[in-house]
Ligand binder design. Sequence first.
Ligand code: FCB
Length: 450
Amino acid sequence: MTDLEFPQGFTWGAATAAFQIEGAWDQDGKGESIWDRFNHQPYRILNGDTADIACDHYHHMPEDVALMQDLGIQSYRFSISWPRILPGGTGKIETRGLDFYDRLVDRLLAAGITPMATLNHWDFPQALQARGGWPNRDSVEWFTNYAQVVFEKLADRVPLWATHNEPFVVALSGYADGQFAPGIASFPQALRACHHLLLAHGRTVELYRQLGYDGQIGIVLNLATFLPKTDQPQDIAAAHRIEMLINGLFLDPIFRQQYPPALVEWIGEMWPEFEGDDMHVISQPIDFLGINFYFGQIVRYSPNGLLKLRSEQQIDPGWGMTDKGWGVCPSQLTALLKHIKEAYTDIPLYITENGLSVNTPADQNGVINDQARINYLRAHFQAAHQAITEGVDLRGYYVWSLMDNFEWAEGYSLRFGLIDVDFSDPNRKRTPKASFHWYRDVIKKNKICT
Ligand code: FCB
């Protein structure tokens, strides 16, 4: 057995998102979000689940912060619900909504937990969707106005900010394949949404600097590795195309001031025209990059589809598939982190999400012994440690997720939490799982035992 120690000051955390945990979807003046609208439509969500109550974190917040303190996390990554603060998306501020986050931040700080706040974790105001949503260029101004309201209330105490969570998913799952809110299937609209998300990111970074806060601001991207199935040029080119669609679509504009040339060329005329200064704004220097890592893919050429490829999940020897249908491949976390450093940037990196969906029933004593999650996390922590050893400036790791929650189109069927939530109980009883206790020990010792 070997002990792997993490650098001093390494930040251990856990993450959640407003829509997935808060509930109280129409309380205290909150406006409707596109996810409220979407999850109230038939056939959108597995089993017809809704997030109307979810974990009811809105009413259990003090108890949840106490659990975080017990877990010993040094930082908590949460998101802010835009329509809870601006019910119409712009204009009138709902102070009850803003006060909720104000209280959350104060409680976190009192518990010695550093808040990391994400401005956009997908729950866009429905009122602004009615005005065209992200494909409308006005969304850039709507978002920066919202960001300013939030900064003015919280940025004196919140030192870590992320503009968007996984803008790829917002644009592509929301507007290209329509699996997520707002449920639109139009690739040109998805590309416009993507550009405006990027521009809104850049303008918000500029605003944050202008307002003079001394915290850090970055963005959170879902990144993966893409290996060609063979060394045939067609497979190599196919792997590059999907890598550019998923990773490059955001990394290239932010760190190279341009969209990936191979992708632009492939997509051709459908690529929208943009204004001259946009790339300059988008590529504003950021303080950190947040990476959500869940899988790697193996890719080969196929004559079908826009990108002409097929991909399968990569699985490391000895591992399998998760309940979510993602292959487990910790080796690719090391590879990805090294690749980001070599190909894109030297700025500090955080793993802002990583975790396992596994549904472990309680035993007769009520204990949830989720050994599979412990094994998964240990292997991924080890992979992260390896990257640090090889020179990657990884500053912290946020486990997804603090607690079981509403997993978007899959509702409550998937369980990602370190804490079990009983969704059949009106009080949403929380029960820490074995992985919670294991993680607490990792944090305390700042090392893993492999
Ligand atoms: C990520 C999302 C997060 C959660 C995990 C499982 O894509 O950012 O909200 O759903 O996947």
